[in-house]
Design a protein around this ligand. Structure first.
Ligand code: PSU
Ligand code: MN
Length: 303
């Protein structure tokens, strides 16, 4: 066990008994949604995982400790403190740990800590990827490199078109990361069920997902895989509405010179502000949908 890691007792017991566990990230809590919806959602996602037979392990860095499994008070603290909690991707962990600081974990760091704890499946909303204009800015999320090197299955609703989805898929192909569509041949685009880009494989059941993951381990691959699960039809947004908001958010980011780790949180917050409560509700529903699928897949894998 890593000396900096604290696995919550309930999570440790489930792992020791071979019962299903699903990891959750905390950047979505501190940076991805406004308070108090962020806390309510984080707790509802945990409950959804329990209702589907698995144990939730929300991941964060608190006082320099890598936490796999948070208390309600810790989730409340991360949500209330919001963007004042450092957004922690791979390069941030050493300094945060050494300083005894707090950090909200991105997809990359949630994968790192989940893997340290022995958790194989992680549910979230959207992942980072290759940003539009990356041929000049070189802004490519560390999430993609993490998928290439850490053996965790990430269940998401695709990626928002704040990113260049075509280049994101090219990058994942180069890195050997399987991109699976759950019940679809098309990559979902987070708020909408379709992006115009194909996935590598379509899979239609949790058992099949578990089998692909198990085969990846048995083949000795070091990386993980990306499962893209379309937002339920009734919560999907109008493509024209969301595209207009994304274009405006991108223009504002450019005008204000937003760059580096601030880019993704800035764009996400602007899209939510420009589309009102609708996009937030869609976001919440797709995370719940991913939590259900991840729980059922974790259960299939535990068999
Ligand atoms: N995309 C979303 N919602 C999110 C994120 C991305 O639709 O909350 C967060 C995740 O934590 C993801 C991170 O890992 O942003 C990516 O940040 P960056 O692009 O700076 O790597
Ligand atoms: Mn970036």
């Amino acid at each position: 066990m890593n000396k900096y890691l604290d696995v919550a007792p309930e999570v440790a017991q489930a792992l020791a008994e071979g019962r299903p566990v699903v990891a959750l990230e905390s950047t979505i809590i501190s940076h991805g949604m406004p308070y108090p919806k962020n806390v309510q959602t984080a707790l509802l996602v945990e409950q959804t995982i329990r209702d589907n037979g698995a144990v939730p392990a929300t991941i964060a860095i608190i006082g320099g400790r890598l936490k796999a499994g948070l208390s309600t008070e810790e989730i409340e603290y991360l949500g209330r403190t919001g963007r004042a909690v450092a957004k922690a991707s791979r390069r941030d962990l050493p300094a945060l740990v050494a300083r005894g600081a707090d950090g909200a974990t991105t997809v990359a760091t949630t994968m790192i800590i989940a893997h340290m704890a022995g958790i194989r499946i992680f549910a979230t909303g959207g992942i980072g990827g290759v940003h539009r204009g990356a041929e000049l800015t070189m802004d490519i999320s560390a999430d993609l490199e993490e998928l290439a090197q850490t053996p965790v299955m990430v269940v998401c609703a695709g990626a928002k078109s704040i990113l260049d989805l075509g280049l994101t898929l090219e990058y994942l192909e180069t890195k050997g990361v399987p991109v699976i569509g759950y019940g679809t041949e098309e990559l979902p685009a987070f708020y909408t069920r379709k992006s115009g880009f194909g996935v590598d494989y379509r899979v239609d059941s949790p058992a099949e997902l578990a089998a692909v993951y198990a085969a990846q381990r048995e083949l000795g691959y070091k990386g993980g895989m990306l499962v893209t699960n379309p937002i339920p039809e009734e919560y999907a947004m109008d493509k024209a509405v969301i595209d207009a908001a994304i274009e405006q958010a991108l223009a504002e980011a450019k005008a204000q010179g937003v760059h580096g780790k601030e880019t993704t949180p800035f764009l996400l917050a602007r899209v939510v502000a420009l589309t009102g409560g609708n996009s937030l509700e869609s976001n919440i529903q797709l995370v719940l949908n991913n939590a259900r699928l991840a729980s059922l897949t974790a259960a299939a894998l535990a068999k």
